[in-house]
Ligand binder design. Sequence first.
Ligand code: GDP
Ligand code: MG
Length: 434
Amino acid sequence: LSTGLEEAWTKLRREDVLTRENMKEPMRDIRRALLEADVSLPVVRRFVNSVSEKAIGTGVIRGVKPDQQLVKLVSLMGGDAVSIEFAKVPPTVILMAGLQGVGKTTACGKLALFLKKKDKSCIMLATDVYRPAAIEQLVTLGKQMEVPVFEAGNQLSPVEIARKGLSEAKKKGVDVVIVDTAGRLQVDKGMMNELKQMKQVLNPTEIFLVVDAMTGQEAAALVAAFNLEVGLTGAILTKLDGDSRGGAALSIKEVSGKPIKFIGEGESMTALEPFYPDRMASRILGMGDILSFVEKAQEVMMQEEAEEMQKKIMEAKFDFNDFLKQTRMMARMGSMGGMLKFIPGMNKVSPLQIREAEKSLKVMESMINSMTPEERADPELLTKSPSRRRRIALGSGRTQEQVSQLVSQLFQMRARMKNLATLMQGGKVPGLDN
Ligand code: GDP
Ligand code: MG
């Protein structure tokens, strides 16, 4: 981490809101850090621009300072982590492509072990017939991990081996077929044609291009080129344990549109990990675990509010302020429909019902907004005074009926919550069969 970047972060930490002005310096440093990490220039430009656009005007979330928000935004640019896709009808075929020496064969073994740990049975196909040592290498890895390898020496063509290996896999009923292929020193027609033919024979669910992180920006260009020629589903970035800073990782998705699914960080069979863009972003920008801190802070904030709310519920002091807070919290966590999906039994609520519910919440909010702080905190005031209810109705453009309804709703809610709270504490509620 350059000291310049550290300084920029320190400055940013003192700000309350991100503006064009106070973003300038840190963005310049981020830009430099990304370039030093081998991210390509056009990608860096696009990246910095859109991060700035998103960040400017972002207020502080309580407990989370702007510099931390920025890290969060940076990581979002890398997209979400994507895992392996499995075929609906097994076996799932994973075709591994790539130039020579990038770590294809090693990655085949690593993937087999990864899947084995997930209780998937595998078979590996050795189709690199051009180098006898390549077949031996795969066979050795297979023995080491007790994963079967299908090979036919160099008696058959790669496409024939693929065909035979696949039917062998189907006979055995294995879950996943991992196909190791030959690489060349450079992209050529022969290699592309061979891959296309294999693709036709194998109908793979995943086609991974294995690329070497040490080649820097070249890696992203390769993924784009292979994707155009044969069509890929993702990339595996190897040798991230070398002196490379992993900038290629952030370029690949931007340049090719294809996600990195795994990264290799060593020669051993266990040195394979699913790719997490946020971790890579913070690694490149040298910010360690700030990200998880941001998440923690947000969690804590929600928790504090929830605890406060719970206390009020227990004491039957839930008032209109809490009512507002709760609807706003719901808004912050996403739309009502989005939330209901996660509640068992609630996923059958129709979109129309959800829209109705959201609309009536808006109506309630408008009436609460027309209340004085006093009234919000002490709803009893409203049960006693028709003139207060009339004023609120006028102020919010609702009928006095609606206001009365809202008030009685709150008291009903209090009662129900009180019962619920008693239940949760193991007590008994009068009139309930518990
Ligand atoms: P292939 O020609 O694409 O099949 O490449 P190999 O799998 O034979 O690997 C070439 C060399 O790179 C071998 O010496 C591997 O041990 C090494 N290698 C593969 N993946 C990694 C990695 O993630 N980190 C390191 N340091 N070396 C790796
Ligand atoms: Mg190989």
